[in-house]
Design a protein around this ligand. Structure first.
Ligand SMILES: NC(=O)c1ccc[n+]([C@@H]2O[C@H](COP(=O)([O-])OP(=O)(O)OC[C@H]3O[C@@H](n4cnc5c(N)ncnc54)[C@H](O)[C@@H]3O)[C@@H](O)[C@H]2O)c1
Length: 376
């Protein structure tokens, strides 16, 4: 067994800082070997981030670790194909624009390396299926960055579902009422495009949608309306869907980036016979309501105050997802958010597009569908 897994990051802008943090926080098991981007300055920025991170978070690391990080010589690759031949690299994280995820992920898997890919894993069910099959055939791990699943509040909510504390589940709602203006969409060429971004549900709302299935199980049928109302983009800027889950419960998805004048709120709610939970926050870790018929010891107050959260070296979010992938490699088990889990949100969002484009309800499984299917 390799002492430390060698990591490489492809895509060195926005979210890559969370990947760097995820590698550093798992320093006992992971080492950043290389970064890759089309632009030299982006790679340099990412490497600076790496060196500065341990300095800025000194109290979390001992001197020896800081020294090891300081002396780590990180390689740079402009062409990710060259990185694939680097035998020091065991795990590749993909933080490029969304439309490039499947092509890069398949190349990485074919090169015999494990993959952590940003959400959404793909913009078509076909690509998602190919990635899943390839990882399984090669015996490699494929994990999708739905990092909110690791938040302590979300873990507690999952426990409540698994322990049947809600009784009969009635309905669940994922609602994202945000503002992204034309300036945001014009910032990068890929934002707001059908084949490189996918839509606000695949980009902005996906974490909330992912949580619906983790909590409520698979979807049976959905009906949706999506449209482009205010933004100058190729995709929807708002939409709604009603769902029937296989367990009989119903659900609602509401997403918009058109709220005037700025982000208003985001909520995730589950209503059952004996329980009501309502969460908020971009990372879904703020408790608005936590009511159970079997509640003890001021449980709701404690949940609202966040006093149950155990602060540890791994912190939150991507760090814990990276830890889970490392453990899944070491223990040869599935990561919590493997390809099959990552596909669920995509299948649902693509089913929303299909329902809206055809004006009909969509039964699951969806079959082949992509962001561009049926678009002239
Ligand atoms: N998990 C989350 O909460 C979260 C949050 C933000 C973004 N994301 C996802 O992360 C991905 C990246 O988002 P971002 O905001 O960091 O994007 P970005 O545009 O800021 O960065 C993408 C980087 O990838 C590089 N790149 C593109 N193609 C490449 C290639 N073939 N080889 C090497 N480098 C390449 C670009 O040069 C750019 O530097 C998106 O899929 C987005 O949906 C996830």
């Amino acid at each position: 067994m390799i002492e430390k897994l060698g990591f490489a990051i492809i895509g060195c802008s926005g979210i890559s800082s969370k990947h760097i943090e995820g590698i550093i926080r798992n320093y006992k098991d992971a080492n950043l070997i290389a970064v890759c981007d089309l632009y030299e300055d982006k790679m340099d920025e990412a490497i600076d981030n790496y060196y500065n991170y341990s300095k800025e978070n000194k109290s979390d690391f001992n001197e020896e670790v800081i020294k090891i990080m300081k002396n780590n010589k990180i390689k740079k690759y402009k062409d990710y194909n060259k990185l694939l031949n680097d035998t020091e690299i065991n795990v590749v994280t993909i933080a490029t624009d969304s439309g490039t995820h499947p092509g890069i992920a398949k190349d990485v898997l074919n090169a015999g390396k494990h993959v952590i890919v940003e959400k959404p894993m793909a913009l078509s069910t076909k690509d998602a299926d190919e990635m899943i099959k390839l990882a399984e055939k090669k015996g490699l791990k494929l994990s999708v960055c739905h990092q909110n699943r690791f938040n302590p509040v979300i873990q507690k909510l999952k426990e409540a579902i698994d322990d049947d504390r809600f009784g009969k589940l009635v309905h669940a709602v994922a609602s994202v009422r945000w503002n992204r203006n034309d300036e945001y969409f014009n910032k990068d060429a890929w934002h707001g495009t059908l084949d490189r971004d996918g839509g606000i549900f695949l980009n902005q709302c996906i974490h909330y949608i992912d949580m619906l299935f983790w909590m409520m199980g698979d979807v049976k049928r959905l009906t949706a309306e999506t449209d482009t109302f205010l933004r100058d983009i190729e995709i929807e800027d708002a939409g709604v869907a009603s769902l029937r889950f296989r367990n009989g419960a119903i659900g609602l998805i509401e997403g918009t980036v058109c709220v005037y004048p700025r982000n208003l709120e985001e909520t995730f709610s589950i209503f059952g016979e004996k329980g009501t939970v309502r969460l908020s926050g971009a990372a879904m870790n703020k408790v608005l309501d936590w009511k159970f018929a079997d509640a003890v010891d001021n449980e709701e107050e404690k949940m609202k105050q966040g006093g149950f959260e155990k602060v540890n070296i791994y912190g939150y979010g991507h760090n814990l997802l990276f830890k889970d992938v490392i453990d899944s490699i070491r223990d040869d088990r599935k990561p919590l958010v493997d390809g099959r889990e990552g596909k669920k949100a995509i299948e649902t969002i693509l089913a929303m597009y299909k329902s809206s484009r055809t004006g009909k309800p969509v039964e699951f499984p969806l079959g082949d569908y992509s962001t561009t299917t049926g678009v002239e």
